[in-house]
Design a protein around this ligand. Structure first.
Ligand code: AMP
Length: 112
């Protein structure tokens, strides 16, 4: 998958498309999915330009990988879904249904 600098998440990260940020730190931002597939459906989007999980694992330093997944943990806690349970989803590649070519982790849960 090639990185398209005009993908929707790159535009959100650059502030060209508005979004309600639920969380932000050094490594990621998080916001609600525009077409939620569960009562809680949040996207955690790394600030760096990785196309997908493969690209992250090939190019990122351990510190950044750790930072991204610690952020996922923090967002799940903030959403209040830890006790009830939640799903993490990454579509990796267009063959798996990845639509936006900028790495993102879906957090899905039934209720807060
Ligand atoms: P994926 O199929 O894993 O690439 O997921 C892309 C997700 O991004 C889909 O669930 C879309 O509903 C979501 N999405 C696309 N555009 C936006 C947007 N502007 N704001 C929030 N979510 C979006």
């Amino acid at each position: 998958m090639t990185y398209d600098i005009n993908n929707v998440f790159a535009k959100i990260l650059r502030g060209e498309i508005p979004t309600n940020k639920l969380y932000e730190d050094e490594y990621v931002i998080a916001f609600n999915d525009i077409h939620p597939k569960a009562p809680v459906h949040v996207l955690v989007v790394p600030k760096s330009a990785y196309t997908d999980f493969n690209d992250l694992m090939e190019r990122a330093e351990k510190e950044e990988v750790n930072g991204i997944f610690k952020a996922v943990e923090a967002v799940a806690k903030q959403l209040g879904v830890v006790q009830g349970g939640y799903k993490l989803l990454m579509n990796v590649g267009s063959g798996a249904g990845q639509e936006v070519p900028h790495l993102h982790i879906h957090i899905l849960a039934e209720k807060k």
